[in-house]
Design a protein around this ligand. Structure first.
Ligand SMILES: NC(=O)c1ccc[n+]([C@@H]2O[C@H](COP(=O)([O-])OP(=O)(O)OC[C@H]3O[C@@H](n4cnc5c(N)ncnc54)[C@H](OP(=O)(O)O)[C@@H]3O)[C@@H](O)[C@H]2O)c1
Length: 298
């Protein structure tokens, strides 16, 4: 039976390429984004890549937690199994913006939305075990800090690049904590730095990254992926590896630099910080403090 993979942020960049790669491998690829037109385009490419495997586009803005809940409801209604959830959607902003709940947007989209989605789909993943959760973090997580969590949540003293790094650190802490909470369930949780890819919308739109640097880096990456630079294809390959490879079937709570297991920032080993982040995140999205055993929306 085809593996069912839900991939967020499949309308551009790394996610778009990964959606095609996974479809070519025979998976049923469900993917999300906000851009309907891009969604339609990617869907037809996905279906062309592997005509026998179905695919589906779901529109959802992760700044809106009700939209995340609706996405989980729809996926549950449409598919009675879920083998892999790939939390890949990500954003970066140069100016402070907040959600309706007053949460800083980068933290909401990059951390709270995948936190909510994963918890809402956890019982479906458990039922489908062996199953996987793969989250796209970034090596920039090493510059993040969640020590003053409330200030991160509210976006106080806002700096776009710092907010991005904080959200990517939250991805790592979430992964390690999720792996621990799902131990023995048959569901693994890992996160990945996909490489530094200068020619995706994320980097193009983020003013925290200098334009001269990204232009130069795009050139380098287009000639040959070297050092920290990676092509979109190489980054998608890293994601697909964590989604499908038997070599990592038993890995859980791990951080990968592309295909290689790597050591994340020391904050990932801080159990107290992980627990504080989990409990505050649950509170902010209206979930119980433990991973739900059943469908919390039923
Ligand atoms: N590029 C890099 O060098 C790099 C390095 C390390 C990590 N990453 C991570 O890789 C992941 C993919 O990034 P990318 O470089 O491929 O960027 P991208 O081309 O901008 O793709 C981002 C994806 O996320 C979706 N997205 C953005 N904001 C959203 C929102 N508010 N609600 C729902 N979906 C949203 C976008 O869809 P719509 O536009 O259709 O909404 C798009 O599909 C991110 O998590 C990023 O942090 C990237």
């Amino acid at each position: 039976m085809a593996r069912v993979v839900l991939l967020t942020g499949g309308t551009s960049g790394i996610g778009r390429e990964a959606a095609l790669r996974l479809a070519e491998g025979g998976a049923t690829v469900l993917f999300t984004g906000r851009d309907r037109e891009a969604g339609r385009e990617v869907l037809s490419e996905v279906r062309r890549a592997h005509p026998e495997s179905a695919g589906e586009f779901y529109r959802a803005d992760f700044a809106d937690f009700d939209a995340v809940r609706e996405l989980a409801r729809e996926v549950r209604a449409d598919y009675d199994r879920l083998d892999v959830l790939v939390n890949n959607a990500g954003t970066s902003h140069s100016e402070r913006r907040t959600t309706d709940e007053g949460v800083e947007l980068t933290f909401a989209v990059n951390h709270l939305a995948p936190f909510l989605l994963t918890n809402l789909l956890a019982s479906r993943l458990r039922e489908s075990a062996p199953a996987r959760v793969v989250t796209t973090s970034s090596a920039l997580h090493e510059d993040g800090s969640l020590a003053d969590l409330e200030s991160v949540v509210r976006g106080e003293d806002f700096d776009g690049l710092d907010a991005y790094a904080d959200s990517k650190l939250a991805n790592v802490l979430f992964t390690v904590e999720l792996a621990e909470r799902l131990a023995e369930s048959g569901v693994t949780a890992n996160c990945v730095h996909p490489g530094w890819i200068p020619n995706t919308n994320l980097v193009r739109n983020a003013t925290g990254f200098s334009r001269a640097f990204t232009t130069a880096a795009s050139l380098v990456a287009s000639i040959a992926p070297v050092g920290p630079f990676e092509s979109v294809e190489g980054a998608a390959d890293a994601l697909a590896y964590l989604v499908t490879s038997e070599e990592v079937a038993d890995a859980s709570g791990a951080y990968f630099d592309r295909r290689e297991r790597a050591t994340p920032a020391s904050a990932a080993a801080d159990a107290g910080l992980r627990e504080r982040l989990w409990e505050r995140s649950a509170e902010l999205v209206g979930l119980p403090a433990s991973v739900p055993e059943d469908d919390p929306l039923a």
